[in-house]
Write a protein that binds this ligand. Structure first.
Ligand SMILES: [Cu+2]
Length: 141
């Protein structure tokens, strides 16, 4: 009787484990994806980006915090590459901070720049408002 009882308990325990295991795996997955994405601050001002070089990992979400630190000059952040799945084109007025979620998918090198240009003047990009994004494959960083 005692043996049967403990056997039944073991069976119950095993059953509970079967239920728990996928739940734990699921919880881990949710935690990994739901953990706060890294925030990367990029300042735009005085015809430059800082940093002008970024390294991100493919498939890993981040939030770009784009801060225009200039007093009067509106700027822009363009990061566009069809093959790379990148399509950001956002204007940031003087003093403004804009947060943009980004999950790069394709490894490679990409250019970002400010697309502002006043008539008869050099574009902001030509004046140095440009940078490079390197997207690495997971595990290679
Ligand atoms: Cu600009």
């Amino acid at each position: 009787m005692r043996l049967i009882h403990s056997h039944r308990q073991a069976g119950l325990f095993r059953f509970a484990n079967i239920l728990l295991l996928p739940a734990m795996l699921f919880a881990n997955t949710v935690f990994a994806e739901g953990s706060e994405p890294r925030t990367i601050r990029i300042t735009l001002g005085d015809y430059h980006f800082s940093p002008a070089q970024l390294t991100l990992t493919a498939g890993r979400p981040v939030i770009l915090e784009l801060a225009n630190t200039d007093g009067f000059t509106p700027h822009n952040f363009s990061l566009q590459d069809k093959a790379g799945g990148l399509d950001i084109d956002v204007n940031i007025s003087a003093g403004q901070v804009i947060k943009i979620p980004l999950t790069p998918q394709v490894s490679g090198n990409y250019d970002y720049y400010c697309n502002k240009k006043l008539p008869l003047l050099k574009s902001h990009r030509m004046r140095g408002m440009k940078g490079t994004l390197l997207v690495t494959t997971p595990g290679s960083e």
